[in-house]
Design a protein. Sequence first.
Lengths: 117, 115
Amino acid sequence: QQQVKQSPQSLIVQKGGISIINCAYENTAFDYFPWYQQFPGKGPALLIAIRPDVSEKKEGRFTISFNKSAKQFSLHIMDSQPGDSATYFCAASRQEAGGTSYGKLTFGQGTILTVHP
Amino acid sequence: DAGVTQSPTHLIKTRGQQVTLRCSPISGHKSVSWYQQVLGQGPQFIFQYYEKEERGRGNFPDRFSARQFPNYSSELNVNALLLGDSALYLCASSFDRAMGTDTQYFGPGTRLTVL
């Protein structure tokens, strides 16, 4: 069962434009939603994360919008730059029994972002 | 501070062989998780270990096993390798949630090729 669906698969944006990537989840127990950026040959790196008690979180040029009722969340990259060209993954997790860390992330399929100069 | 380290970087094996991948978490992190990332897809959860105990297992066959050592480093073992096991294997470490942060930090991965 695919629990996190991500779209689009690929995205091409001009420098200075806005990149928007969307994700939808099924498991209402999820309560932690991070976005990761991955460059070729590297491991994923956390960009920004949100919890369902807020509808929006902004860090620099990156913003997460969260719609709990629709079970959807999205990443907006403002003023996109060629250096932002990478693969972006949304993910979701929930606190496991025992109160340990969110050790199990369920990832979307990824979006390949290309920002043209 | 050093990030999550993994070894080896690349590995080539043949079908039926066994492989051991290693991970050293960020200093102070007690939780280690393993993920498999097939080319063109998102990472898939394999295992989580916390304080040397298995805390979660993904939908992977028993050919996959792991353990965590007293220094919180971890090994992932895969027996009877299949062509489909070719992937990037990622290790991630994190604090106990009680420490106030849930961020998982990923290592660079081990690229496994099965011929």
